[in-house]
Design a protein around this ligand. Structure first.
Ligand SMILES: Nc1ncnc2c1ncn2[C@@H]1O[C@H](COP(=O)(O)OP(=O)(O)OP(=O)(O)O)[C@@H](O)[C@H]1O
Ligand SMILES: [Mg+2]
Length: 487
């Protein structure tokens, strides 16, 4: 059972079942007690009457069991018991049954045996017993010796069902059996409803916490219920934890932003120095190669530092996004041109598909250029010779769709969910400097740019077959477009 709610409701119903069961048993027992003693008195009265009748008959008629044939009370004597409602049993000294009342004769043979067992051997004195019939009905009986009716009569048993004399207890039991399931079902529902009510604030907290998906939503706080109960305290504690988390996150972001910012200037100075030495005719040629390599590394590091700074600012919500109404075809065309240059004169074929009509969107041109550049660089970088890269722009009802498709090395399906993570690179591309250099920040920045514009990015790929990255950006209004979204 997964929810506390159903556990509480079940626990509640089981407790109620036990309480109700105990209560019924106690009441039933109490109700039955006087009835049993009343029944015993009634049975004793009936027995006395039967004994008196048989003794009197014996005094008048002499032998009550005719000799010969199977032993049985003389029909004339037995007729005196005609119409008797309770059970009556008369046995002889050997335990053979001499008479059974009609009601007793109607019972199954096992019941008759069970009753007659109390008369063989004949009891030395009267005794009351309770026994249960095959039908489950409880019977109370008095077995008594009978010496005054002449031989061979030796004992008599008078019995009656308990429920006949204990109507209150039986009626109570019956009504409880009828009512209890209803009470139980109703209480289980009530329990479920009550626990749902009690746990609703917890569900609220779960929903609110689920909405805090990343470091950027850590500023959110849970609503603290006014009740001041455990749930309120839980919400307060979680809020405290969120505040501490937010603080650590923001100091981490601050640190990354400050560190990248501080690194920019020395890198620029380094680059200027190396470039100057490279262009200085006095620099010995053997040093040129290592200076060139150093410049490459400096450039890569500058890119990395800039990427880090962009993401740190984006996380802090400090990255400006000055949007303007733009025809996306211009930006895609530029990207396609760059792709053509990157494709090293025909190593990879670059194709562009564009609509005839302008596709207007409110975008920060610099950022969208950066996004497209990241996508086409990846497409070309991860596509071997003779491959194809296609760049397309389509206007759809849900937005402007930019698709960058390549026939390159592809991405394994279990890698696909990670490609937008910072610093993530597939194993084959892991080395920072090898054949396909990179830092693993490109797609993280691309995703941020798409989302900051209110759009989305998705990827699909087949290993060895190629990759498709799809960006959807909201279209501008027909007239002026939506108000600038600046984050
Ligand atoms: N078009 C593609 N085809 C195959 N793999 C790709 C493609 N685009 C991205 N990837 C995989 O996703 C990883 C992350 O891409 P991302 O652009 O973020 O980093 P990068 O290209 O390695 O480095 P950089 O930060 O310089 O862009 C890549 O390392 C590569 O493994
Ligand atoms: Mg990249």
């Amino acid at each position: 059972m997964s929810s506390i709610r159903s556990r509480l409701a079940t626990g509640y119903a089981v407790t109620l079942l036990l309480t109700l069961g105990g209560f019924c048993a106690a009441v039933y027992y109490e109700l039955r007690k006087p009835s049993i003693s009343g029944l015993d008195a009634q049975l004793a009265g009936e027995r006395d009457l039967a004994v008196q009748y048989l003794s009197e008959s014996h005094r008048v008629l002499g032998r009550l069991v005719p000799p010969g044939g199977s032993p049985a009370l003389a029909p004339g004597v037995a007729a005196g018991f005609q119409g008797l409602r309770d059970y009556l049993l008369v046995v002889d000294t050997s335990g053979s049954i001499l008479y059974t009342s009609d009601s007793l004769a109607a019972l199954p043979f096992v019941d008759l045996q069970a009753l007659s067992a109390h008369l063989s051997p004949p009891p030395a004195m009267s005794r009351s017993v309770s026994l249960r019939l095959q039908s489950g009905r409880e019977v109370r009986a008095i077995a008594s010796p009978l010496a005054t009716a002449g031989a061979p009569i030796s004992a008599i048993l008078v019995a009656a069902p308990v429920d006949r004399s204990a109507p209150d207890a039986t009626v109570f039991l019956r009504s409880m059996l009828l009512v209890a399931p209803l009470v139980l079902v109703a209480s289980a529902f009530a329990g479920y409803w009550l626990s749902a009510n009690a746990l609703r604030p917890v569900q609220g907290i779960i929903d609110e916490l689920a909405a805090i998906t990343d470091g950027r939503s850590l500023h959110r706080r849970l609503e603290v219920p006014l009740a001041g109960d455990e749930v309120s305290r839980l919400a307060q504690t979680l809020n405290g934890m969120l505040a501490r988390l937010e603080q650590s996150f923001s100091s981490l972001r601050r640190f990354t932003a400050d560190a990248s910012h501080e690194l920019k200037t020395p890198l620029m100075v380094l680059r200027a120095g190396v470039e100057r030495s490279l262009t200085d005719p006095r620099t010995p040629t053997e040093v040129m190669a290592s200076l060139d390599e150093t410049l490459g590394e400096i450039n890569r590091m500058t890119e990395l530092v800039e990427g880090l700074l962009t993401l740190a600012r984006a996380d802090e919500g400090r990255a400006p996004l000055p949007v303007e109404r733009t025809d996306l075809r211009d930006l895609v065309a530029e990207a396609s041109e760059t792709a053509g240059m990157l494709a090293e004169s025909g190593r990879v074929q670059v194709a562009t598909v564009m609509p005839d009509a302008p596709v207007w969107a409110m975008v920060d041109r610099r950022r969208i250029r950066e996004m497209l550049l990241n996508l086409v660089t990846n497409a070309i970088k991860y596509t071997p010779d003779e491959g194809k890269v296609e760049l397309s722009l389509v206007e759809r009802s849900d937005g402007a769709v930019i698709v960058v498709r390549d026939t390159g090395i592809g991405i394994a399906s279990n890698d696909l969910p990670h490609i937008f993570e910072r610093f993530w690179r597939a194993d084959i591309a892991r080395s920072r400097t090898g054949e396909r250099p990179g830092s693993g920040l490109g797609l993280a920045i691309t995703k941020w740019i798409a989302e900051a514009h209110g759009g989305s990015i998705s990827a699909s790929s087949r290993l060895g077959r190629g990759t498709t990255l799809t960006v959807v950006l909201p279209l501008a209004d027909a007239q002026s477009g939506p108000p600038a979204r600046v984050s």
